[in-house]
Design a protein around this ligand. Structure first.
Ligand SMILES: Cc1ncc(COP(=O)(O)O)c(C=O)c1O
Length: 934
């Protein structure tokens, strides 16, 4: 690859650039040849571009290796004019994607070529195009014959068009799956080699082949199986087919779970061709969208709610016609309250909605998927209500989204808040270290409360892009508590399923891998070895368990995993489109009914059909082009990072925070500081090994040196003046997210805006008086110096704990919340008064959530005691927006009498859970685990 290439994992971009460079150099070569000027330099540039393309062209159907060889041959024999013409044609076709119209044979004569890719081919190009990988070591003639044979089966009314890419080896197949995002299917034939014949060293930056035993020691069937498993890991969406010339019936019995269909070679290719089209059509289906579209075109008489249906209340109106002008009629044609006539009911789906959800489950790797039309805020409440009963203990990151705080409060959970690691320098939290989770579980075990622990709830990835090692967290927690349920809030991570490096760190993939691992005999052996070393976990010492990687007992552990995803945040969906994905081995037996009730509790009886249809289409898109889109999203993020960090002016005032900045080294055993920058294989190593990794598509820019506070930077500079929308800021950072909708032009615009801001700052600085400059320097110092440390969770007042057994951290937020509905129990205190009381050793207790924006997490929850650390932090904030604090009145807190009443009215324990009677002194103490308990 070109030296210094920073195309990250985008071989596609390297290829595009190389073809453009080739077009330019061959055109100049042609000119120089005609004018009899020296050509050495141009010939060297041309040769270099050809060398870049040589190892990679074989992974794409167009222009194909034969055309590429032709280019090389024309160049080598000095036929520069013909060479330049052919290269120009290929590059033009690639740049306009016009090969998608059919078999564009780059070397055909002009007329035939025009027929294939020119305007006449336009209608064919409207049909989606894809490529099919064929893995077999075959001769050029055999390859050409197969290509022709498959083309012959094409019919004008086929839904799609495809071309084949033939590779001869396992290695080439793996590389093609990684690099060619147009592939939708793969046909494995029986004769292929293991290692590639080509020198693949130049591709190491883009694809790692990993260690793999020598396949040639295996039988052909085994080789096919290993290849199928490997491809499914990289691209689970690919339809895999096996073609064999031996006992196909026997193979079908043994291998059918790896392949969509198995064919006999001699029976010709028609069935294969039809199956390939059918496989893609199955993913292309969007049952609910299609049902809604056909329904919208039927004439209806509406004697139901919704006058807007079919635009009826609008089209004859004199005053709101601009509504139709703006939105178009179609959207109103698709507005209906009907649940029959081809449509379906979200609350009890039996038709197209049910099918759409099943397709989503397949695409996202869950066992069940449910659509939600009120965002992940609602999805979270549904899952919590479905699984948590009042009194159940739930461990949750305090820094989680507000929907969890409210959901857990409504459910009556006893909430144990977990502390994420702190990034005081940026006034941000990271994620919750596994050690913290394990130590809380072990504290609950010591207190005899483990049986009441129901759920662990974490955000993956966090707002700032910190990603957990999901499988490891679940594995180690299940070792301590084998029936623990996990809710992973993946509001920001729906896209992650579609990239092979991200996928293992998603809840659904980790759940599946864990369930499969627990069934393996090798795993049982490892678990037996653990017993030999530390004995049964239930009896093992806390320190031992904290300091080693734990394996759950395969005979007891249940894999019970839920994930909620805001499809609208990172994939295509209208706002509020969200999904709940379930991988719960006990779902049918234990949860189905309560899940249904919870779903009914929170779901409107008039769900928005446009949102549902967009979820269906968003799923289709992700299933067919998610891999490509996510790959490009990461490239755009890296372009943004490079553009900021390498710009001489920008880098004076701002820089992008790296993995090393946001994840302390103790959580990064790989020691890799900038995983993606150092090549995709390095990224894979870090993502394999590290406790936390950073999602490169979320770019946090440090702006402390501008002297402008994050929130002001966002509002006054980015939004108001330049229309750049961003979501999150901290005191000295702003977060830019790239998504599948980010384009190179939008990245370029952002850079332009940042440069404008930096230039203006330079100009202002140049004009500043000494006093003004001193003011600016003070602002920079304030933003770059460490702020008051972010506070840990202080603890619940004993009146809101259950008062039983050894004290642990959990508290009853619901009781603490509702008690404050009685005004007589509450009073307002200004910060100074709270401070005086806390200094005097009193316990001051919040009645409500107190949440400053930014940073946007509750510093206090109902029932929580104020601590000096919290007060210091609140004092250091200069954010105008603090929910739960009233400027003229101060904090709302409980009067002492209310706390006495709360202690006296604690609910009695359920009969089967009654522990030993509380030794009142111990029970009333603030849990010893809270670091800054007063
Ligand atoms: C971690 C997290 N979970 C849930 C939500 C809520 O998602 P939605 O906006 O889809 O309701 C958000 C929103 O920002 C979030 O950041």
């Amino acid at each position: 690859m070109p030296a210094g290439s920073n195309a990250y994992n985008s071989l596609w971009q390297v290829r595009t650039d190389a073809w453009s460079a080739l077009e330019e150099s061959t055109a100049q070569l042609d000119l120089a040849g005609a004018q009899q000027r020296p050509v050495e330099q141009l010939a060297a540039t041309t040769a270099e571009a050809l060398d870049v393309l040589a190892p990679i062209e074989r992974f794409w159907a167009f222009p194909g290796m034969q055309a590429f060889y032709k280019v090389r041959q024309l160049f080598a024999t000095g036929k520069y004019h013909r060479c330049a013409t052919l290269v120009a044609r290929i590059n033009r076709t690639l740049a306009t994607d016009s090969y998608r119209g059919g078999h564009a044979d780059a070397d055909a004569d002009d007329e035939a070529y025009e027929h294939e890719v020119g305007p006449a081919a336009q209608s064919r190009q409207d049909r989606p195009y894809f490529e099919v990988l064929v893995v077999e070591d075959m001769t050029e003639d055999q390859e050409r014959a197969l290509r022709e044979e498959l083309r012959r089966w094409r019919r004008p009314d086929d839904q799609f068009l495809y071309e084949i890419v033939v590779v001869p080896s396992f290695d080439d197949a793996v590389m093609a799956a990684r690099l060619n995002f147009r592939l939708q299917a793969c046909v494995v034939r029986r004769r292929f080699t293991h290692r590639s014949r080509h020198d693949c060293s130049s591709l190491a930056q883009f694809v790692s082949l990993g260690e793999c035993e020598d396949l040639m020691d295996h039988s052909r069937d085994e080789r096919a199986q290993i290849l199928a498993r490997t491809l499914a890991k990289i691209r689970p969406e690919l339809d895999l087919y096996l073609m064999t010339e031996i006992a196909v019936e026997d193979l079908a019995g043994r291998l059918s779970h790896h392949f969509r269909r198995i064919f006999h070679t001699r029976e010709g290719s028609l069935e294969l061709h039809l199956s390939i089209l059918d496989g893609v059509a199955a993913r292309y289906r969007s049952p609910f969208f299609s049902a809604l579209r056909s329904y919208s075109h039927r004439p209806t008489g509406v004697f139901h709610a919704l006058p807007i249906s079919h635009g009826k209340s609008i089209v004859n109106s004199h005053w709101i016609r601009d509504m139709v002008d703006f939105y178009g009629l179609e959207i109103f044609l698709a507005e209906t309250s009907a649940t029959c006539g081809g449509l379906d009911s979200l609350l009890e789906p039996t038709g197209p909605l049910r099918e759409a959800q099943q397709l989503a489950a397949k695409t996202f790797g869950s066992r069940q998927t449910y659509f939600v039309t009120n965002g992940t805020s609602t999805a979270n409440k549904i899952v919590v209500q479905a699984l948590v009963q009042p009194g159940d203990i739930v461990l949750v990151d305090r820094n989680c989204h507000q929907s969890h705080h409210y959901g857990l409060m409504l459910a009556g959970a006893m909430v144990t808040y977990l502390d994420a690691y702190r990034l005081n320098q940026y006034s941000m939290y990271g994620a919750v270290p596994l050690r913290e989770i394990k130590s809380q579980l072990l504290a609950l075990r010591r207190a005899g409360k483990l049986d009441r622990v129901k759920m662990l709830l974490l955000t993956n990835c966090t707002f700032d892009g910190i990603v957990y090692d999901v499988q490891r967290v679940m594995q180690e927690c299940l070792a301590i508590k084998p029936d623990l349920i996990f809710l992973w809030d993946e509001a920001w991570f729906a896209f992650a399923r579609f990239h092979p490096v991200y996928r293992p760190r998603t809840a659904m993939r980790a759940a599946r891998t864990l369930a499969e691992t627990l069934r393996l005999p090798e795993y049982r052996a490892r678990h037996d070895a653990q017993i030999d070393e530390v004995g049964a976990i239930d009896a093992a010492d806390d320190d031992v368990l904290l300091n080693r990687r734990l394996l759950p007992d395969p005979a007891r552990a249940r894999v019970r995993v839920y994930s909620t995803q805001s499809t609208h945040k990172t994939l295509t969906s209208l706002r509020q489109g969200s999904m709940i994905h379930v991988f719960d081995q006990d779902f049918s037996q234990k949860v189905k009914e309560t899940f249904h009730e919870a779903y009914m509790t929170h779901t409107s009886t008039s769900p928005n059909y446009q949102i549902l249809a967009s979820l269906d289409l968003g799923r289709r898109q992700a299933a067919l082009e998610g891999f490509e889109l996510v790959q490009k999203q990461i490239e755009n993020a890296m372009r943004l990072r490079d553009a900021v960090d390498q710009h001489p002016l920008l880098s004076k005032y701002m820089h992008c925070l790296t993995t090393a900045d946001l994840i302390p080294s103790e959580y990064r055993p790989s020691g890799i500081e900038q995983p993606l920058r150092s090549g995709l294989p390095n990224m894979m190593t870090a993502w394999d090994a590290d406790e936390f990794v950073l999602d490169p598509s979320r770019v946090t820019i440090y702006i402390g040196n501008t002297g402008i506070e994050g929130d002001a930077f966002k509002r006054s500079h980015l939004m108001d003046r330049h229309g750049v929308q961003i979501n999150k800021t901290s005191r000295n950072t702003v977060l830019f997210m790239t998504t599948i909708g980010t384009t190179r032009s939008s990245v370029a615009y952002l850079i332009e805006v940042l440069v404008t801001i930096a230039r203006e700052l330079e100009a202002q600085l140049a004009d500043m008086s000494p006093t003004e400059r001193a003011g600016h320097e003070r602002a920079v110092l304030r933003l770059t110096a460490p702020s008051a440390p972010l506070p840990d969770f202080s603890g619940f007042h004993p009146s809101f704990t259950d008062g039983r057994g050894l004290p642990t951290r959990e508290g009853d937020v619901r009781r603490a919340f509702y008690l404050s509905y009685n005004d007589n129990y509450c009073e307002y205190l200004m910060p100074d008064e709270v401070e005086q009381r806390v200094e005097a050793g009193e316990q001051v207790v919040s009645t409500t959530y107190v949440t400053p924006y930014p940073p946007g997490f509750p510093v206090l929850v109902p029932g929580q005691v104020f601590s000096p650390q919290i007060l210091a932090f609140m004092r250091s904030l200069d954010t105008p927006e603090v929910h739960g604090y009233r400027a003229g009145l101060g904090y709302r807190v409980y009067v002492d009498k209310a706390l006495e009443i709360a202690a006296a009215t604690r609910p009695a324990p359920p009969p089967d859970l009654a522990g030993p009677a509380p030794a009142s002194a111990a029970a009333d103490a603030i849990p010893s685990t809270s670091p800054d308990a007063p």
